[in-house]
Design a protein around this ligand. Sequence first.
Ligand code: NAP
Length: 672
Amino acid sequence: MKTPQLLNYERDRWTAGDSAVEIPSAIDGTPVATTGSGGLDFGAMLRHAREVGGPALRKLTFHERARMLKALGLAIMARKEELYELNYQTGATRKDGWIDIEGGAGTLFSFSSKGRRELPDAHVLLDGALEPLSKNGTFVGQHIYTPLQGAAVHINAFNFPVWGMLEKLAPTLLAGVPAIVKPASASAYLTEAAFRIMIEADILPPGSIQLIVGGVGDLFDHLTGQDVVSFTGSAQTALKLKSHPTVVRESVRFVAEQDSLNASLLGPDAAPGTPEFDLFVKEVATEMTVKAGQKCTAIRRAIAPAEHLDAVERALAERLARTKVGDPRAEDTRMGALVSLRQRDDVRARIRELEAAGARIVSGNPDAEPPVLGGAFLPPVLLRADDPWKTAAVHDCEPFGPVSTIMPYRDIGDAIALANRGKGSLVLSMFSHSPEAAREFVQGAAAYHGRMLVIDRTNAAESTGHGSPLPVLVHGGPGRAGGSEEMGGVRGVKHYMQRTALQSSPTMIAAITEQYVPGAPKRIIDVHPFRLKMSELHIGDTWTTPRRTVTIEDIEHFAEFTGDKFYAHMDEEAAKASPIFNGRVAHGYLLLSFAAGLFVDPDPGPVLANTGLENLRFLTPVYPGDSIRVELTVRAKSIKSEETGQVRWAVEVFNQRDELVATYDLLTENIP
Ligand code: NAP
């Protein structure tokens, strides 16, 4: 049978490259596909992204783009079995594939939901509140984010062919930026298959995504300051790419997720026999064997109190010996193959490097016979470095496979110094039930690590684990780890947007951002807004209420009714004596309740429920005899589904002198 040729997707069409390199199966070395991108016009691909994809994506709001992400995730899930079949060829078991394939779709879902909950249904993202810049409030400042007008170039590592693509695409597309994806050659067939599913689902506007299977030719020569390169792979390739003259000259944004020497610490309190000791051993073994240790987050350095190192070695060796290595398609296989023979040879060479530096193998034989002839198999290999300060290579040399080194520490200060000796990592975990040890360790080490977990008997069962980057948390690390961040919810979206400090009048800022900002003109409406569907409400529509006078009886009644008898409401002398009040004042909660009483329209209608308040501030005290009124303004709207949506109302409560008494955002669930 002829080996299938992978296709590039350039300028909205599938194209075969005129060079062809065979990709062997990790299981037995037989060819799975050929790949090549020779002959592509990379400059034209970038122009297509900028001129066709970018404008189409930027026309959509954050919410429209968020809905596309969900549809893409559903398309992947509907055809996931096709991907699982190919996944085996990368050497991965079904469980490994779950992280990659369903974890990838899950990342799309997570960004979709974050986008609809945390971003406006608009084109501009506001960053922080208005900054007052003038006495009368006619000139103010507002930071805004808008999408970059270039393309994102995503260069991915081989180990997560689907998740690696999707964790970069999700924030990029949500930001409104088109992308060109370049997977690592060794597993490009799986990325191509997932990419094809997304194209065939016909969800994205033309030009939104393109694919290069093979080298990137002269692509980097055509980059501009509106483009972003997001790279995952080795430190060596990262250095080469980020020092490309065009990247340097044009100040091209460069996000680098590169190799790092992640560590895990057994706390000083976690002696053998404690739950934390067992959890530590289990986690180190898991991190060594999931994905055959080819995880950027895997534990390469397992650091334990010197007096417990022998016990750790024994427990780990015993556990690793039970790990069945074999054909990833077999049900009893716990660990499959590395991605390629080249990768296996590289890992063997790194193990030798560590041995030469003074570490010794205490479990596993790197030269063991492979369970399948021609396959890239390597059993888990555990090394031990008794003097981790002398054996400096353990903090620098990354065998990207099922390999980890155990090493001792003397005290918590020594443990911190060892963890930080890796010069920056993606993740550092600690297994300890001692809050004091955890505080000292995290405060001493956090600056060197992008993510930290403290695991103990109370949270282990629900822990997401050392090795799992999560879409809602940042993934990345300082120094050796690349000095960048990805994901982290909306934080990751901002990597593809420009922040601009906008200065003008509130009216202009409201018009530019399509969102109501305090001080912008309001449109007084004469139909109660609770009687209007979301489609009939406009940003800036305002309902003004009649006044209500607050009496001393109201305050006393409220105090009795709720039990809130704080001195400021009940004790005239004490209230007067305070530096804030001139006498007894109304409860803030009373004002909120009266405000609701003033603006609520009671009958069933388009407003289904009150779902919360945000940004509440009490600004001016209300004394008995004062009268209040409310202005209720539509600040933002977002449709969640065909049945429901959310309206964010700016609520402003004024007294009889038109001084602002209280302000907050009210969130309601509405009929669209
Ligand atoms: P790699 O050799 O650096 O390759 C990474 C990517 O860069 C691949 O797509 C590769 O494509 C591409 N590439 C290589 N040379 C290039 C060039 N001159 N121009 C443009 N692209 C180029 O790394 P790898 O072996 O695939 O991945 C393993 C490494 O990645 C490990 O060190 C691991 O720690 C790191 N990693 C880090 C993270 C993280 O999130 N921090 C995640 C996963 C892996 P080809 O395959 O076609 O050469």
